[in-house]
Design a protein around this ligand. Sequence first.
Ligand code: ATP
Ligand code: MG
Length: 414
Amino acid sequence: MTERDFSIQIIRRLRDAGFEAYWAGGCVRDHLLGRAPADYDVATSAEPAQVTPLFRHTLQIGAAFGVVQVVGPRIGDQPPLSCEVATFRTDGSYTDGRRPDSVRYCSAEEDAQRRDFTINGMFYDPIDGRLIDYVGGEADLQAKVLRAIGNPTARFTEDKLRLLRGIRMAMRFDLAIETETAAAIQQMASQIGVVSAERISDELHKIADHPRRAAGFQSLLEFGLLATIFPEFAESATDSDAWTEVIQSLQCLPRHASFPLVMASLFQLRTDAEVRRTAQRLRLSNEERDRWSWLHAHRSKLLDWQQLPLHQQKRLVVHPGFPELAQLVESHAAATGTSTDPVTAAQAMLATTPRERLDPPVLLTGDDLTAFGLKPGPMFKRLLDAIRVAQLDEEISTPEAAWDRIHTLLQSHS
Ligand code: ATP
Ligand code: MG
């Protein structure tokens, strides 16, 4: 059984118990577009206390907001199927501009009105194959228009994350943003800052993840959202040379690109400090932050490939970030019509040099130095690094030669 079948089975059971139940929101949109939805959400007239007894296994995490998770049987070692069943609801007031303080159960039609955009506001009855569209979502989807449900300014005032969701939805489905909706986004863009860093970061990840990311970032700039999220771009004009270079680089990235790679491309003309500050502000994971910083710091090194000492060349190509670094530099070269020779040379080194020459086992460890009577400290680290550099530069290749080098270094130091 698939998630789709599971959701239909749930709808049938709710229907048999006398309730209204439909697919709702994103999965209806995706169904009409002939795309596979990420998940199937069910909306129903049944309240959580009425939904729960109809199913063997439910989770009540969102029950206060009318959401019950129905969990299917576990088959083999697959994770069990699961489906969110939400009671038709309207959102109460938004005192913090982020999430509703309370919800009230209501009709399907009222539930449609609380959703963000018309294309996301439809229901579908998968048993009778019937669309329930109170908001004109089907017509907008056909006309490729993104339109807020109701008064755009009021809707964006309720939840400012919708400003970003709007840009993302328009990018994702290649939609034109309807005039009043667009004007409201423009007018309210400077207020995106009230949304938590986590939610903003989450939306940015989804934009960066999409093959049309360049169009997404271009819209973010045009609507004034980019400058609020990244003050670094406050003075960027859509027609400035630097911005054009960045957008064209983004266009030349591979379809699938990690968040750090996309951010490294977006910030390639920025300073190290700006990158560090932004990674911090977006509360990125250490892994994402480290990869982005590494890409940023090593971009200019790869461009200077011919000038790099052998040990730096080797360290660059064996680093797990190297394939992405190559893509970062290549996309910029493709965008600006400059040479990709450094990338080609680095890739050739990686392809033709045996691993034990690129990244040989170390000749000496910290333990060896300790056994020799040296105390761990800054000098200790410097010695180990000097040995490693000499080894990678192919000046020494045996522990004996390494010890000779240590003695020379210690003498020159005393
Ligand atoms: P995706 O494929 O990215 O999951 P989706 O449309 O399903 O797209 P979700 O974030 O999963 O997006 O939300 C499910 C539905 O809930 C949306 O289709 C929309 O109807 C409604 N919704 C989600 N977020 C908001 C919001 N901030 N304001 C109003 N309605 C929202
Ligand atoms: Mg969804």
